[in-house]
Design a protein around this ligand. Structure first.
Ligand code: ADP
Ligand code: F6P
Length: 322
């Protein structure tokens, strides 16, 4: 009987549980034995494997987070760490590993593949910054949580004619911020990809008031040069001359902790079972992703060598529609 293992790594994303469930049940349907690795690559180094049957993954699909746990492991980044991980997989008799995670995690899975271990990745991160999948597991839920925050801020902002800044996640990528601004009708957006000075934001807020708006909402990605902290300081220092305040709300990890939306459950179910299909067909060293409404398999070599780009025309659209 074939033995495979699955792990979740990096930042948890709503829908990871649905992906684990899909891997376990699709694998068992093929007559395979499936193991879960606890806490991502850290668990791989600690030899922390658990046997998973169909009932072990019952009742998890509707929950955010990951029942296997996730981690960021520095040791795994080293050659010695990767060798140890492969030794542990081999000593368990594991013949294939499915890695559910984002950019860093797939860089790690590529390292295992380059060292000769059969690996298949599943595209999962709320940042949506992974090359090889138009959308990744967790994005839809995180976006909806951010939108709920914008809608709520607008209510209180309008009552007081206030300007608010909402910081959303996105270390290197402004996807979440831009989509939140577009779908939430924000007056301005600041993302790492487009350097924006605080003076420009102040001007956009002034213009919103001049247009007769009762509020101004600015969305900023945490990775932007002028993030919530720096902008807040700028607006405090210039309060007198500008004549208005900028109140700040930081969404942080609240955004990652929601129960997965229907979209994320469906995407995760398809990608999880797609990863098992790849293994059944002897396809390894690929990222299971979603492009043009189809499951796709992009070589991990391509995934790690390329950066996903943001559709900048959407920045103009957000400006027109605000
Ligand atoms: P994400 O997968 O969400 O982008 P991280 O960037 O934190 O999250 O990566 C998750 C884990 O993947 C890291 O803690 C590390 O163990 C592993 N990893 C990241 N980058 C590399 C790398 N260059 N080589 C090997 N492993 C890596
Ligand atoms: O990669 C997903 C992500 O949520 C980023 O948007 C964010 O910068 C980072 O993880 C936060 O990491 P941690 O949970 O380790 O603080």
């Amino acid at each position: 009987m074939r033995k495979i293992a699955v792990l979740t790594s990096g930042g948890d994303a709503p829908g990871m549980n649905a992906a684990i469930r899909a891997v376990v049940r699709s694998g068992i349907a093929k007559g395979w034995e499936v193991y879960g690795v606890k806490n991502g690559y850290s668990g791989l180094l600690a030899g922390n494997f658990i046997h998973l049957g169909p009932r072990d993954v019952g009742g998890i699909m509707q929950r955010g987070g990951t029942m296997l746990g996730s981690a960021r492991s520095l040791e795994f980044k080293t050659d010695a760490g990767q060798k140890k991980a492969i030794r542990n997989l081999n000593s368990m008799g594991i013949e294939g590993l499915i890695v559910i995670g984002g950019n860093g995690s797939q860089t790690g899975s590529f390292k295992l593949f380059e060292s000769g271990f059969p690996v298949v990745g599943v595209a999962s991160t709320i940042d949506n910054d992974l090359y090889g999948s138009e959308i990744t597991i967790g994005v839809d839920t995180a976006l909806n949580i951010a939108l709920e925050a914008v809608d709520r801020l607008k209510i209180t902002a309008s009552s007081h004619q206030r300007a608010f800044l909402l910081e959303v996640m996105g270390r290197d990528c402004g996807y979440l911020a831009l989509m939140t601004a577009l779908a939430g009708g924000a007056e301005a957006v600041i993302i790492p990809e487009v350097p924006t000075k605080p003076e420009e934001i102040a001007k956009q807020i002034e213009e919103a008031y001049e247009k007769g708006k009762a509020h101004a909402i600015v969305i900023v990605a945490e990775g932007a040069e002028y993030n919530a902290e720096k902008l807040s300081n700028y607006f405090k220092d210039h309060h007198e001359t500008l004549g208005f305040d900028l109140r700040v709300a930081i969404l942080g990890h609240i955004q990652r902790g929601g129960d997965p939306s229907a979209y994320d459950r469906l995407l995760a179910s398809r990608l999880g079972s797609g990863a098992v299909e790849a293994m059944a067909n002897g396809i390894y060293g690929v990222l299971t992703g979603w492009i043009q409404s189809k499951i796709t398999y992009t070589p991990l070599a391509e995934v790690v060598a390329n950066k996903k780009t943001l559709d900048k025309s959407l920045i103009e659209l957000a400006a027109i529609l605000d």
